[in-house]
Write a protein that binds this ligand. Structure first.
Ligand SMILES: [Zn+2]
Length: 200
């Protein structure tokens, strides 16, 4: 996958001990503030790929993410599936999310992540043309999957992470119980061996 689509960003090339945590689907009052608290404890910066409609509903949580110095990216306004949505409708929805973000901040660098990792090349090309960096990942925590335990997610996430990794977590209710268990342990593990956590 990664070599087939080099115009998408899968990980950051570096020999430094750095990991790039990303959180998709928020902001939500039930979880985002707790994630922020955990990140702060480890002096970790992250990137939040936000759903525009959630920004609209919870502007104060979105503000808190920005105030803590994290990056935010676009995850469409309605969490659309690229394989089931017409190109124009999809791009309009991305634009709507970007307008919601723009109400709160000026973005020098526009980041985008495809919901469900679904993309097609035409949409990808257009988004790049519109100035977005398209962020994929090299480590998927699978924190949304109810049949995988927090312990196993932690183990796999640690095994798969390396210098420059972009790891996906979910700032949503499906992931909530598990993320609160494994996120501090994941950050502690890498912190203890000299890693820094940075935003994109
Ligand atoms: Zn998503």
């Amino acid at each position: 996958m990664q070599s087939l689509f080099p115009s998408l960003i899968w990980k950051i090339n570096t020999s430094e001990k750095v990991i790039y945590p990303t959180f998709d689907d928020g902001p939500i009052p039930e979880l985002s503030p707790q994630i922020l608290e955990i990140l702060n404890k480890f002096d970790a910066k992250a990137t939040f790929f936000c759903v525009g409609d959630n920004i609209r509903k919870h502007p104060e949580i979105f503000q808190a993410i920005i105030a803590d110095g994290h990056s935010v990216g676009n995850h469409t306004f309605n969490h659309l599936k690229a394989w089931k949505t017409k190109g124009k409708k999809y791009l309009d929805n991305v634009h709507l999310c970007q307008q919601e973000i723009a109400k709160h901040m000026h973005q020098e660098k526009m980041l985008f992540r495809f919901p469900y990792g679904q993309f097609n090349l035409r949409i990808a090309r257009q988004l790049k043309k519109n100035g977005f960096d398209l962020i994929m990942w090299d480590v998927l925590s699978k924190d949304y999957n109810p049949s995988i335990s927090a312990k196993k997610i932690l183990k796999k996430s640690i095994q798969n992470s390396q210098n420059g990794s972009i790891i996906v977590f979910h700032d949503n209710l499906k992931a909530k119980d598990k993320i609160l268990q494994f996120l501090p342990l994941y950050l502690k593990h890498f912190s203890d061996i000299g890693y820094k956590f940075k935003k994109l």
